[in-house]
Design a protein around this ligand. Structure first.
Ligand SMILES: O=P(O)(O)O[C@H]1O[C@H](CO)[C@@H](O)[C@H]1O
Ligand code: HPA
Length: 267
């Protein structure tokens, strides 16, 4: 099922994949978008699409999760060239972390300057409601704490430095712009900002874990994004990220609520 599990993520491999893609399309994207669970419809907004199934792209992993179509879509959004991942990769799918973050390096080699990531997440912040959109201002990379970090291994300086700074991971100017535009559009009631916590999954959290994450300062929890952000920042791309709050994390032993992927992915 995973033919090239431990290979295909060196600089040369990423360059070969980027060059292969650039040879198939005239689109020269400056913006790269990642669609979270159930959010693949974002890619349908691109005009003049040129799309590739992940299985046809050299070195690319395959999507295995329901709600992640597994297509890389090039096109234009408001006249700007973009590339969009209709489906991302998660640690729990079994790929090495360097493999699941490979698309960020391919974005970079395609010429992308700004990455916009989306995800579905469980709300930990007691003020959040289902349907809220959270502008991510920071993250807790819990797998990274345990050494499951995408930059482990030899560092290739052509991508970035050995010890990249992460205190400016989420671009403040883009956060402010999104907040201002959101208010202008009348989104104030459901537009939030907060800290996203990435866990490895695939089990949803226990009640004790949710309580702990909330105490640690997380506003929302999911199983993605932080690994991609680290790699995107390492190679110098600007990052903007949003969580759609699809469910509220269960924090109370009296609750009958149960997190499930159908609710998260909208079917
Ligand atoms: O983060 P995205 O890809 O949106 O997916 C979220 O949805 C899945 C759980 O239902 C997990 O993979 C979680 O991370
Ligand atoms: O509650 C959640 N926990 C973890 N990942 C998630 N993705 C969507 N909702 C959740």
């Amino acid at each position: 099922m995973f033919p090239d599990l431990n290979t295909g993520f060196t600089y040369e491999d990423c360059k070969a994949t980027a060059d292969w893609l650039l040879a198939q399309t005239d689109v020269r994207p400056l913006v790269g978008i990642v669609c979270g669970s159930g959010l693949g419809g974002l890619a349908d907004m691109l005009k003049d699409q040129v799309a590739f199934n992940y299985k046809d792209i050299p070195n690319f992993p395959q999507s295995t999760v329901h709600g992640h179509a597994g297509r890389l879509v090039f096109g234009t959004l408001k006249g700007r060239d973009c590339v969009c991942m209709q489906g991302r990769f998660h640690l729990y799918e079994g790929y090495p972390i360097q493999k699941i973050t490979l698309p960020m390096r391919i974005f970079k080699l395609l010429g992308v300057e700004t990455v916009m990531l989306t995800n579905a997440a469980g709300g930990l912040n007691q003020d959040f409601k289902v349907g809220d959109i959270m502008i991510i201002k920071d993250h807790l990379n819990i797998p990274g704490f345990a050494g499951n970090h995408p930059l482990v291994g030899p560092n290739d300086e052509r991508f970035g430095v050995r010890f990249p700074c992460m205190s400016d991971a989420y671009d403040r100017e883009l956060q402010q712009l999104a907040m201002d535009v959101g208010h202008e559009l009348g989104f104030t009631d459901f537009l939030r900002e907060g800290v996203y916590c990435m866990l490895g999954g695939p089990s949803f959290e226990t009640i004790a874990e949710c309580r702990m994450l909330s105490k640690l300062g997380a506003d929302a929890v999911g199983m993605s994004t932080a690994h991609e952000v680290v790699v995107a920042r390492h190679c110098g791309m600007r990052v903007f990220a949003l969580s759609l709050i699809t469910n509220l994390a269960v924090m109370d032993y009296d609750s009958e609520e149960k997190a499930n992927h159908e609710e998260v992915s909208g079917g």
